[in-house]
Every structure is written in structure tokens, then in C-alpha cells.
Ligand binder design. Structure first.
Ligand SMILES: C[S@@+](CC[C@H](N)C(=O)[O-])C[C@H]1O[C@@H](n2cnc3c(N)ncnc32)[C@H](O)[C@@H]1O
Length: 182
């Protein structure tokens, strides 16, 4: 999914209902002034409650029209909209959190990047396919030997299919990642 972007029809368009988005952000424990990446921000379902929580948000969105709409919607808020492919994401050089409902197709690539050796990731709350979350919490995740010294993984809120429009064909949950050292 790099270069000209995903193939037509592969844009992973399952926006979160605003009440569920608020719950995900509340559970993430974001504090005023935190730098938070919303990867695959769509039209800002998570960006809006992140702004209300006082975060400085970087909203990453590849779709050109969605990125434009995000810019307009959050023109007066502490939100930087970056039109970029999450697969090529440049991580901040200062500590940051991630609260995101990314397209499921890029979740493994995104997680590898967030947990890479020089990452300043403090915590991540990612809405993902429940099967994928289970894999990351029960010890079957890629590269675990390397990153498990620094990070704990756990399962957060379980989201019903009706938390999205249109409902996806799979169950979802929040994968919580928290730095334990450094
Ligand atoms: C599942 S939707 C979630 C949208 C929003 N976060 C929400 O919860 O309503 C995923 C979003 O990721 C965007 N997207 C798809 N592929 C992407 C990529 N490679 N890099 C960045 N964003 C991407 C889609 O355009 C879509 O807006």
C-alpha cells in the first residue's frame, strides 16, 4: 500500500461511531499536552475526542479528500494533518502515544514500525481485528523477543460490529501497548 496508495475499493472505510470513539479515547488515558498519532484518521472520529482531551494530534490519512476534510474540520485545533501512507510513517522524535483505528490490512506493518528499536512510543491503543489482538497478547506476535523487554500488551475495550458504519465482517477490540522501561 505505498506509492499511489491502496487499490480502488481497498480504503478500509469503517468509521467509528462517535460514542465508541469517545470510549476508546477515554480508556487510553490521554492527558493534556500529550502528542498523539491518529493513524488512518478518516474524517476524525477519534481526532475529535483526542482534541477534547487536550492532546496535540497528528492525524495521518492517505485518502486525499479525507485529508482535506480533516484539515478543514480541525483548522482551529491543535491538529496537524499529514497526508501519508501509514506504511511509510515517520515516527516523532519525542515521546508519543497512538490512538487509532487503522485499516486492518496494514496493522502488522504499523505495529512493527511503532515497536521498532528507536521508537519513542509511550503507549498505543489500536482498534484492530480481535483475532489480531489475541495474537499480540498471547505471545504469538512478530518480533516479540525483541520488543517484549520494553512493552506490555493487553486487550482493552471489545467493540461490537455495530460500533462501525458499515459494520465489518469481523469482531474488533483495542490492542493496548504500554512501555514498561526507559
Ligand atoms: C477503518 S477507517 C477508520 C477511520 C477513522 N479512524 C474512524 O475511526 O472513523 C481507516 C482509515 O485509514 C485510511 N487509510 C487506508 N489506507 C491507509 C494508509 N496506507 N495510510 C494511511 N491511511 C490509510 C482510510 O482512508 C480510512 O480513512
Amino acid at each position: 500500500m505505498s506509492g499511489s496508495g491502496p487499490a480502488r475499493g481497498a480504503w478500509g472505510w469503517h468509521p467509528l461511531d462517535s460514542r465508541w470513539a469517545q470510549r476508546v479515547v477515554d480508556a487510553a488515558g490521554v492527558r493534556p499536552g500529550d502528542l498523539v498519532l491518529d493513524v488512518g484518521a478518516g474524517l476524525g472520529a477519534l481526532t475529535a475526542p483526542l482534541v477534547r482531551a487536550g492532546a496535540d494530534v497528528v492525524a495521518v490519512e492517505l485518502h486525499p479528500h479525507r485529508a482535506d476534510r480533516l484539515r478543514r474540520r480541525f483548522a482551529d485545533a491543535p491538529v496537524r494533518v499529514v497526508r501519508a501512507d501509514a506504511a511509510d510513517l515517520r515516527l516523532p522524535t519525542r515521546p508519543f502515544r497512538v490512538v487509532s483505528s487503522p485499516p486492518y490490512g496494514i496493522s502488522t506493518e504499523l505495529l512493527k514500525r511503532l515497536l521498532s528499536p528507536r521508537s519513542r512510543l509511550v503507549s498505543a491503543d489500536l482498534v484492530l481485528q480481535r483475532q489480531v489482538v489475541n495474537r499480540w497478547v498471547d505471545g504469538r506476535a512478530p518480533g516479540r523477543a525483541r520488543w517484549s523487554r520494553y512493552y506490555d500488551t493487553s486487550i482493552g475495550i471489545r467493540l461490537p460490529r455495530k460500533a462501525f458504519t458499515p459494520p465489518p465482517h469481523v469482531d474488533s477490540a483495542v490492542l493496548r501497548i504500554q512501555r514498561t522501561t526507559r
